[in-house]
Design a protein around this ligand. Sequence first.
Ligand SMILES: Nc1ncnc2c1ncn2[C@@H]1O[C@H](COP(=O)(O)OP(=O)(O)OP(=O)(O)O)[C@@H](O)[C@H]1O
Ligand SMILES: [Mg+2]
Length: 326
Amino acid sequence: MAETNQSGNGNNHHEVIIQTRKLRRVFGKTVAVDGLDLTIYRGEIFGLVGPDGAGKTTTLRLLAAIMDPTSGSATVAGYDTVRDAEAIKERIGYMAQVFSLYGDLSVDENLNFFADVFGVPRKVRQERIERLLEFARLTEFRKRRAAKLSGGMQKKLGLACTLIHEPEILYLDEPTTGVDPVSRREFWDILTDLHVQGVTIVVSTPYMDEAERCSRVGLMYQGQLIECDTPEAIRKRVPGKVLQFLPSDRLKARAILRNTPQIHEVQSFGELLNVFVDDVKEGEQVIREVLGKAGISVSNLRQVQPRMEEAFVSLIRRRARARAGG
Ligand SMILES: Nc1ncnc2c1ncn2[C@@H]1O[C@H](COP(=O)(O)OP(=O)(O)OP(=O)(O)O)[C@@H](O)[C@H]1O
Ligand SMILES: [Mg+2]
């Protein structure tokens, strides 16, 4: 996936389109964005992931030139976000985490409203609206009031409204949160179409399967970028090997293994446990031994490949421990 995204559409991936330098934004005592050095290339789908309050929304707002940094700077398409905010606003589309459609207006009327806001000329407007309706698979719902659309359709309408002025850069803040899996997939198919057309996309998401679809992912934690690489490279950054099994008592097994020196890390995965070890054979022995002593049985033990989810949790935990001085 990352391979295709990075080289499949003929874009020049070495052209920098977004660059931040020690970007920082403070609210009172809260450091929301803490010295961000980020480079994004034209044509990327760049994923911003991180726990609640990590600074994703603030970063997107700074890059959208709708908020000024406390210090540091950012350029977007060569323009400075403070000095040239207007030039940037013409070139970007920003879909906020809570995107406000007009519930009383129809799909058509919402698109026309945003066309007015962005000064889309009358001549090209109708054709563009038709194309976007088609693109978002909303043509047959065009007369329906926005409030009566399903959650997934509202997100697609939000996206269509964000695209009305044909931005070259798209910022999407958790565009699929709370949307059912089928609609999420459809939304991402639309993003892939935009990506193929050459639009640069920066998208924040809490979903690791979506992060897997990005060309690169930036992992934010407490305002800092703690990792920034392809999904594949981030997955490989997990220390050691991962063993997965079903214990007869998950909570007790987890507590015991967390105090076992040979075990680096324990993560719950539904009823299963994922355990990080240096060596598969030795790890298996240790698990069976310490849990056996406590009368806990182990079944379906096998080695699994770490996914983004495991990598993400592991990297955040390591950072949290380092912060705590551990
Ligand atoms: N306008 C504001 N005034 C005061 N504090 C703010 C403001 N905006 C953000 N913050 C604080 O800055 C930090 C980062 O917030 P931000 O919304 O950027 O995080 P996020 O990663 O988008 O979180 P979420 O996943 O919950 O959307 C949080 O501690 C938040 O409370
Ligand atoms: Mg947010």
